[in-house]
Design a protein around this ligand. Sequence first.
Ligand SMILES: [Zn+2]
Length: 244
Amino acid sequence: MTCTEANRLIGPWLDDELDLRSAVEVEGHLARCPVCGRERNEILALRETARERLPRFDPPPGLEERLLRGVRAVAAPRPRPARRWLREAALMAAAAGLAVAVTSSVQRGADPSGEIVDAHLRSLQAGHLTDVTSSDQHTVKPWFQGRIDFGVPVRDFADVGFPLLGGRLDRVDGQPVAALVYGRRQHVINLFVGPVADRDRPPRSVSSRGYRVSTWAQGGLEYRLVTDVASPDADQLVALLRAG
Ligand SMILES: [Zn+2]
């Protein structure tokens, strides 16, 4: 397992979302690789901070009793520890549901880049990053032919530190798009490419949930690049892509 692979699996691994084989591979890599180990520690520290700073959810009076009644109705009498576990699980589920409802209603608000960031995050889940995994533009470009009804310009920039990792089909705003995946050290960059009405539009960058989204149009295609690499790095790749 490479650092790039390990890096995008650390989050899902911490969330117990990996299958056993991937989890074992990630653990093995973390045990050997101090760089990725540090990454894991940073994610854990970040989550700890977030937990401390998020507003605490105090259930309204009576909620606990109502939930417990519901749980009791389903669960047959059990020894005490199991009941306590059920009670905690019910309360946590209620709190989590509330948190998700609040977060998603805030995010749906006024963030046009949200869809792009969502697509980026989806791609980082295990097994979702690439449908065709190759650093060879002559393999990736023809892969899209017949799968999507526009030509996808594909170039590798490994010589300047942005290796092509592969491509996949994706959907953004309900439209099929080509996604090209580049690496930058241990970070992943997604470039979404799709047809657009206005042929040319200069790049514009916004920040969304800690990710940088750069959008431009060129030759009848819209390019949307999303990544968490440093802004100068992202701008460098945008310039490389635009300098056809
Ligand atoms: Zn590593």
